[in-house]
Design a protein around this ligand. Structure first.
Ligand code: GAL
Length: 462
């Protein structure tokens, strides 16, 4: 064996701590190299490549998987907003069929998500069985996959779901394995009764434990607790999500992990660390314009926490559920696009109006939602109930939405300088599907009552 003679030595100068930064200055200060200049360059390059590799391995452990699972916000459909607990195998198959025949699959909708209501009893071996209207989950998963779609399911870290059915507490590995064997591609994990465990295990005032499983009861208890109890309870919650994330990893099946804990403890700050691909930022949405907008606009300032593989989730869409006007529905859809939010339709796909279908399949708005840069948009400015939001897109374009929160049509003005745009812009109206032409400085437009005008700005005509 030849010994390769090297003309230089590479000495570590200290500890390299795990970090999300692959900043070359940090790497250079970590190693000291003494050797002739040309070899130095090569060694430096190799050392850089090697250490970058180590760092990358560390990073990809936590975010690489997330990136691959949900590089853009997940799109699909959920049973919850329209059907609640009134669900069955037949219903889910019919909705999967409609997802295809409506053109929604073609437009990018992939996940067919069964929310709460499928869970039955656990048997003596701890195996969780679905209720009788879901006779064979594996067969249902196969059916969904045969349509070129993906299969989503629901559970939670507590002993019970919010509806009092079985959840995964103490059965995380067992459930994860079973879900994987059914072909599940997406798991929504809903906090619900785990709040009782948080109260009990953090040493919070046990008097309130009876109501601890509800949002109000839990908040009332925690508001009276000292900081260290709240911190302990938060840590218990984080560990519960991490536990299921790790159980999902152990199945070897890629499964998108959707955290639902209503935004407690600023989940956007730590959701990625516990394996979340998306996390709800608020309590439940409902089919009401004011509620929809309050949740979506409430994400102002959270853009920095979203990116490829990890998204802020303002909840399932209410488009087509009947209580919002078409303009209000367009506001819901546009805001979710600007927010890089998961686009989960929540209506009855088998019986939707042509208008609902055209809103849900607006390719130009979907392109904003699915933009590969993966940057969430944010509020640029507001004048009372008139809100202007913008979102940077790959290639230098910017999406802008002007939301009119007033009950009558209102003129709104987009000021390019206020969204950080320099020079003139070429604009396209994404709901009218028309080129607007050049904008210099300002653009004034009539926005429908509770409606939106959504534009895509470019530097040059396309
Ligand atoms: C809620 C959750 C809803 C839905 C429901 C099912 O806690 O926020 O999105 O999943 O449970 O019971």
């Amino acid at each position: 064996m030849h010994k390769v003679k090297t003309a230089c030595s590479v000495e570590p100068q200290g500890e390299l701590h795990g970090s999300y930064s692959s900043d070359s200055r940090k790497l250079n200060s970590y190693i000291s190299i003494s050797c002739p200049a040309r070899i130095q360059m090569v060694v430096l390059f190799l050392a850089f490549a090697g250490l970058t590799g180590i760092l990358h391995a560390q990073i990809s452990k936590s975010i690489g998987q997330a990136d691959r699972l949900a590089p853009t916000p997940p799109m699909g459909w959920s049973t919850w907003n329209h059907f609640h607990h009134d669900i069955s195998d037949a219903l889910v198959r019919a909705q999967a069929d409609a997802l295809v025949s409506s053109g929604m699959r073609e437009a990018g909708y992939a996940y067919v998500n069964i929310d709460g209501g499928w869970e039955g009893e656990r048997d003596s071996a701890g195996v969780l069985h679905p209720i009788s209207s879901f006779p064979d989950m594996k067969a249902l998963g196969d059916y969904i996959h045969s349509k070129g779609l993906k299969f989503g399911l629901y559970s939670g870290p507590g002993p019970k779901t919010c509806a009092g059915a079985e959840a995964s507490y103490g059965h995380e590995d067992q459930d994860a394995k079973m879900f994987a064997s059914w072909g599940v591609d997406y798991l929504k994990y809903d906090l619900c009764s785990f709040r009782e465990i948080m109260v009990q295990q953090s040493g919070a005032n046990a008097k309130g434990t009876a109501q601890a499983g509800t949002e109000l009861g839990f908040s009332e208890i925690m508001e009276q607790e000292p900081d260290e109890v709240v911190k302990k309870s938060d840590a218990i919650m984080r560990a519960a999500y991490k536990k299921m994330h790790e159980a999902l990893l152990r199945t070897g099946r890629p499964i998108v992990f959707s955290m639902c804990q209503y935004g407690y403890a600023k989940v956007w700050e730590w959701g990625l660390q516990v394996g979340g691909n998306l996390w709800r930022t608020s309590g439940d949405i409902n089919d009401n314009y004011a509620r929809v907008m309050a949740i979506g606009l409430g994400e102002a300032g959270l853009a920095a926490y979203a990116g490829p593989g990890h998204w802020n989730d303002p909840d399932i869409l209410e488009v087509g559920n009947g209580k919002m006007t078409p303009d209000e529905s367009r506001s819901n859809f546009s805001l979710w696009a600007i927010l890089a939010a998961p686009l989960l339709a929540g209506n009855d796909l088998a019986h939707m109006t042509p208008e609902t279908k055209s809103i849900l399949t607006n390719k130009e708005v979907i392109a904003v939602n699915q933009d590969t840069l993966g940057k969430e948009g944010d509020r640029a400015y507001e004048v009372g109930p008139l809100e202007v939001w913008s979102r940077p897109l790959a290639g230098g374009d910017v999406a802008v939405a002007l939301f009119n929160g007033i009950r009558s049509p209102t003129e709104m003005t987009l000021k390019l300088s206020a969204i950080g745009w320099h020079g003139s812009a070429v604009a396209r109206d994404l709901w009218a599907h028309k080129d607007v032409g050049a904008i210099n400085g300002e653009y004034t437009v009539m926005v429908p009552a509770h409606g939106v005008v959504m534009l895509r700005l470019s530097h040059h005509a396309k």
